[in-house]
Design a protein around this ligand. Structure first.
Ligand SMILES: [Zn+2]
Ligand SMILES: [Zn+2]
Length: 266
């Protein structure tokens, strides 16, 4: 695994992850919520956009172009994971750019249709920019040369953690939003890198009602999954300074706080 601090001109590993939005649902000044780019050596001319939370569209343009975005996949339909599909839509539609394949969870189309109705837009609002597809979380997707497997998270609405693998690369696992569960640990087992949400300063809810992790729990996840590197993301501003130490108390591997522009190659 190689840490690349600025976007590299060429991909030297099998898969590159670039952090676009490290913030949780509440904004961090100058930062976007949930958004990542994944690039595969099989298709270095295209990027996979993973989630598109609020604030992401303006930031992602610093790292890619609408033409380079070959597919978008959304983990779950909370605003901090998909609201910037709206500005992205305008970047594509107003310039007559090719539609981008948009892979939504099963609940996605109804939610997008409801937003279009609420905005008094025509039925084709979303399809002006996106070729909308619904993924079956039980089946693997193949996107831009990357295999994408999913498992359901323990969250407040249906959502999916994702594992990205390209040929012989060690898996890259994205927890999306979830409490720490045995399922998620098993799913992340053997990951080369885990991007883990770490949105809670502490756990206050009873176990069955939990929907997020603390940074310490993200560290436990990385330890129990035997991961190589843990990237702590989806955190509120007040947790930023304490994240790495809290996770490192549970995990002796490489721990990094997600920041816009950081790239990792697997
Ligand atoms: Zn969520
Ligand atoms: Zn979230």
């Amino acid at each position: 695994m190689r840490l690349v601090v600025v976007p590299a001109a060429s991909l030297e590993g099998c898969v590159r992850l670039t952090i676009i939005g490290p913030a949780s649902a509440e904004p961090i000044p100058g930062n976007a919520s949930s958004c990542y780019l994944i690039t595969s050596v099989a298709r270095p001319d295209k990027d996979l956009l993973l989630d598109c939370g609020h604030g992401a569209a303006a930031r992602v343009l610093l790292y890619t172009t609408p033409e380079r975005i070959g597919s978008i996949v959304i983990s779950h339909m909370h605003p901090d994971h998909f609201f910037d599909l709206v500005p992205l839509l305008y970047m594509v539609w107003l310039h007559g750019r090719p539609k981008i394949p948009l892979f939504l969870p099963p609940t996605g189309p109804d939610i997008l249709a409801g937003i279009a109705r609420g905005l008094h837009e025509k039925e084709d609002f979303w399809s002006r920019a996106f070729d909308i597809k619904v993924y079956d979380p039980a089946s693997e997707l193949s996107l831009l040369g990357i295999q994408v497997a999913m498992t359901q998270t323990h969250h407040y609405i249906p959502g999916w953690a994702m594992r990205f693998t390209e040929a012989d690369s060690a898996p890259l696992v994205y927890t999306a939003d979830t409490a720490l569960t045995n399922d998620v640990v098993e799913f992340a087992s053997g990951a080369g890198l885990i991007v883990a949400e770490s949105s809670l300063p502490r756990q206050t809810e009873p176990e069955e009602a939990r929907g997020h992790m603390t940074p310490g729990e993200a560290g436990r996840l990385a330890r129990e999954a035997g991961a190589g590197t843990l990237v702590l993301s989806h955190y509120p501003a007040e947790l930023a300074g304490a994240l790495v130490a809290a996770a490192a108390a549970e995990f002796s591997g490489h721990v990094v706080r997600a920041e816009e522009g950081l790239s990792f190659e697997l």
